[in-house]
Every structure is written in structure tokens, then in C-alpha cells.
Ligand binder design. Structure first.
Ligand code: SAM
Length: 330
């Protein structure tokens, strides 16, 4: 093979020139020879010192764990194309046919994604009051606590003890952009604080409630970590708290049951304030049923509502969507 030999001080300039000429061979490694570098080239080129030598091949890094995983060929089509990454932990949803190859799948993920240190499979759906799920350890460290970064904030959490979904980062940023300086926000179902901490960077005060003691423990820690003293964490059932709070903006991120808490939300929002409501819907009836419930509760409380925005946040099951409705209450 041909190479272009240059003094190492000239290396960067020559490398750029060879790329510009379209003759740098990127499939082979640059060679070192004392004070000199030898660039692999596809053909001889005028104006440089040309040498003939052998070059090592550049190892091609696989892009997906599916390229390196050791499972029977006929099951490869069932391998999920993606998985959640929370801090340095991967959480994958495996079909039952692949569960017996969980360790191989976990090892393949660790091999391709060097920043991931532990891999778990989802062992059940999110359930119970705390909205957590069972996890099955597949590979790497047997650790469920991690530090996750999103939207410029840091969140310490334990994925086995609290609810957290990295898939809502964009939705949280949407709410952040709507919030205004000087506002009081009430995060009714705060978890470890992904909305609360983010919004506290902008608004005056955030009341952050959760019934799960682990969520409030991590929320306290995240409040310190992110230097957001303007958050008031409240451990308890939001039903007992809501009426004592008067907020400009209320966040109801409990999609499965939010409709049961509309009364509390509407009693805690100031007249003219905004509620960010989340729900689950079938694709045939995304918003109407939720909006009817919202109007009914408003009527019962002698209030009126103005719908501002309706959005599909993400698919969460076949034909099912997590939806968001923003509305103003008078
Ligand atoms: C879907 S999670 C959302 C957490 C967080 N907002 C997030 O985006 O990661 C719902 C949270 O509501 C809490 N929760 C459920 N019922 C509650 C209640 N009655 N009062 C207060 N919090 C409750 C759960 O513990 C859980 O942390």
C-alpha cells in the first residue's frame, strides 16, 4: 500500500489536504515512524514523499448491540431496536422469547455502549401508587441508583424505587418554555423532580408533592445538587395538600389517574392559572373523553375552562398514547 510520509509537526495540515484531495484511506490506521507520520492513501500523489508499506485496519465500532449479540438467528428479528438509558443504566423491554438470552443481550449492550454500566429488563408494567416496575438484572453492575442528566439538570434516582422516564425530557422542556418568571408552580406528582427542578430554574417557587418517600428523599438531594432552594418538597397524598396551595401553574403528571385529581388541581390553581394535564388515550378518542371530564369537574366547582393546547406526548402501547392537555381555569 502507498503512504504519505510527513514530519509529525506537519501532520494535521497534510491530513486535511489529503482529505480535501479525496485520497486519504480512512479504513486504515495512520502509522508512526519516529518523528514521522505515514498516512495511508488510495493512490500516489504529487508533491509528497510517497512510501510503500503495510497499514493496520481501523476496527469498525458496531452501532447497535444487535450487530454483536449472541442469540439464535431466527430470534434476531425480535431484538428491540432501542432501550431507555437512565444515567449509566440501560432498561430494555424484551419479548418473552428473548428472556432466556437476557444475559447475552445485556453483555452486548455493555460492549457497544461503553458509558453503560448496568443493564436491566422490564419485569412488569408500571404499577401501584408509586408507579414503579419490577426490574430483572441482565448484565453489569447490580446497581439501580444512578445520576441522570437532562435539560441541563442533574437527577439522582433509584430506578427500582421511584418512577422515572427519560422519554419525557422534551415534554418537560415544553412546559419549561411556557412557564414565566415570577410564577408559583405546583407539581402535584413530582417524583424525583424532573419538572420541579427544571422549572425552579425559571419561576419564583415550586411546591413539589409526592406520596413516595423515596421520591421525596431524592428530590431533596436533587434540590441541593442543582442549587434550587426555591422548591418546597412535600411528602404526602396530594389530596390532603392541594387546597392549601395557590399556584399559577399546576402539573398533573400521573397519566393513569390524573382524571381522579382534577378537583384538587382546580382548587389549587389561581383564577386565570394554567393546568398541564396528562392522560392515556386510545388513538380513536385522544382528547374528547378527557376534556369532558375536565369540563364536568369545572362545572361542579362553578369554574370555567379554556383549552389552550392538546398534544400526543408519546405512544405507550399499541394504539394507546400518552396525551397532554393544557387548559386555563377561571
Ligand atoms: C408518573 S410518576 C411522575 C413523576 C415525575 N413527575 C416524573 O416526570 O418523573 C407519578 C408520581 O406520582 C406519585 N403519586 C401517586 N399518587 C399520588 C398521590 N395521591 N399524591 C401524591 N403523589 C402521588 C407517585 O409516587 C409517582 O412518583
Amino acid at each position: 500500500m502507498f503512504g504519505v510520509k510527513v514530519h509529525k509537526l506537519e501532520g494535521e495540515k497534510v491530513r486535511r489536504k489529503l482529505i480535501e484531495l479525496g485520497i486519504l484511506d480512512k479504513e486504515h490506521k495512520v502509522k508512526r515512524d519516529g518523528e514521522f507520520l505515514i498516512f495511508p492513501v488510495k493512490e500516489k500523489v504529487e508533491g509528497f514523499e510517497i512510501v510503500e508499506t503495510e497499514f493496520e485496519l481501523v476496527e469498525k465500532r458496531p452501532h447497535s448491540y444487535r450487530e454483536v449479540v449472541n442469540v439464535p438467528e431466527h430470534l434476531k428479528l425480535l431484538l428491540p431496536s432501542s432501550f431507555d438509558i437512565i444515567g449509566d443504566i440501560a432498561v430494555i423491554e424484551l419479548p418473552k422469547e428473548l428472556m432466556q438470552y437476557g444475559n447475552q443481550i445485556g453483555e452486548a449492550i455493555l460492549k457497544v455502549h461503553k458509558h453503560i454500566k448496568a443493564v436491566f429488563a422490564k419485569g412488569s408494567a408500571v404499577s401501584g401508587e408509586f408507579r414503579v416496575r419490577e426490574l430483572i438484572h441482565l448484565a453489569g453492575e447490580e446497581r439501580t441508583e444512578t445520576l441522570h442528566k437532562e435539560n441541563g439538570i442533574k437527577l439522582r434516582l433509584d430506578i427500582a424505587k421511584v418512577y422515572f422516564s427519560p422519554r419525557l425530557a422534551t415534554e418537560r422542556m415544553r412546559v419549561f418554555k411556557k412557564a414565566k418568571e415570577g410564577e408559583i408552580v405546583f407539581d402535584m406528582f413530582a417524583g424525583v423532580g424532573p419538572y420541579s427542578i427544571l422549572l425552579a430554574k425559571k419561576v419564583r417557587l415550586v411546591f413539589a408533592c409526592d406520596i413516595n418517600p423515596w421520591a421525596i428523599k431524592y428530590l431533596e438531594e436533587n434540590k441541593r445538587l442543582n442549587k434550587t432552594p426555591n422548591i418546597i418538597p412535600i411528602l404526602g397524598d396530594v389530596r390532603k395538600v392541594a387546597e392549601q396551595i395557590k399556584a399559577d401553574r399546576v402539573i398533573m403528571n400521573l397519566p393513569k389517574f390524573a382524571h381522579e385529581f382534577l378537583r384538587e388541581a382546580m382548587l389549587s390553581v389561581k383564577s386565570g392559572g394554567i393546568i398541564h394535564y396528562y392522560g392515556f388515550s386510545h388513538e380513536d378518542n385522544l382528547f374528547d373523553e378527557h376534556e369532558e371530564k375536565i369540563k364536568t369537574v369545572a362545572r361542579e366547582l362553578g369554574k370555567s375552562v379554556e383549552f389552550l393546547e392538546r398534544r400526543k406526548v408519546r405512544p405507550y402501547a399499541p394504539y394507546q398514547y400518552n396525551i397532554a392537555i393544557d387548559f386555563r381555569v377561571f
